[in-house]
Ligand binder design. Sequence first.
Ligand code: COA
Length: 329
Amino acid sequence: MALKRSKITGVGKYLPDYVMTNEELEKHVDTNDEWIRSRTGIAERRILKDPDKATSFMATNAAEDALKDADIDAEEIDLIIVATVTPDYLFPATAALVQKRIGAKKAFGFDLSAACSGFLFALSTAGSMIESGRIKKALVIGADKMSSIMDFTDRTTCILFGDGAGAVVLEETDEDEGIVDFVQYTDGDENCTLYQPAGGSLNPATEETVKNKMHYIRQDGRTVFKKATEGMADVSLEIMKKNNLSPDDVAWLVPHQANLRIINATARRMGLSEDKVMININKYGNTTAATIPLCLYDWKDKLNKGDKIILSAFGGGLTWGAIYLKWSK
Ligand code: COA
């Protein structure tokens, strides 16, 4: 049987213009630039200020950018997956709004909720559909307007996140390239170490939920930090072993950008030197589902055909995973 894989043929992004620095956050909460940089690696993040614009706006722009990069028309796309925890609405799906706006007439689409692992889970889902032969071309988008669920009076969370979107076009290939393997996990977080308490069917919006700030992110930072460090490092090592990859074989680690210390621990465990690790958390903070495609975008001129790349993420859910791919552009 002929080999069938899926490969990335285009990468796009959208970042809001507004730059919120650590100094600006010092005006809202009791924090300082030195603390934020040393504990997280973040210097600034982008914020989508326009109240009339939301995740679908950023996702649409990133999608159009990726289509241009892949040099294909929106009408050729079969599937759109938007990974997000900040959809414009609970329904319709953000993917449906993107489908309409880009004119992807024959595409079906849906949103995928796996928090910071969302882009990975979406990429492996779209890739598997392509490998099955059911579809040929997909748009995979990671987009989050985290500022819509950030409490700018809570210093333990508001310093961490930012807004942004990244997108890739995924197409079928019969060569030894593209997505080779993935390993993914979920461990239901009944203790709610990282979550948004209200807005779903358990706690629909009421005066009470608003008053109690239940529509904002809440997290037990220390617990999440520990689990993320273990989870991302373990799964990255697991996919290397599974595919007989030595540290020399790996050209790049594309880690979810939650905390520089988590990224460094993952790279150390994989035996990778710093120059093989994509890091842009300093500029954008944690953009949740957008971090990995934003890294691919920022590094795309440095990637060579055949480069062996590990994508790795950890997020709410709890969810975590890694993808091994061979760069194909
Ligand atoms: N500025 C200044 N001080 C702060 C602060 C801030 N923004 N936020 C917390 N502190 C204080 C705490 O109150 C605490 O003070 P105390 O010792 O007097 O109690 C002290 O700093 C240390 O807090 P701690 O929570 O132990 O810090 P930390 O080193 O664990 O860093 C995070 C906090 C949030 C940066 C870190 O836990 C983290 O990154 N967690 C994972 C978050 C994440 O990745 N979430 C997304 C999932 S992918």
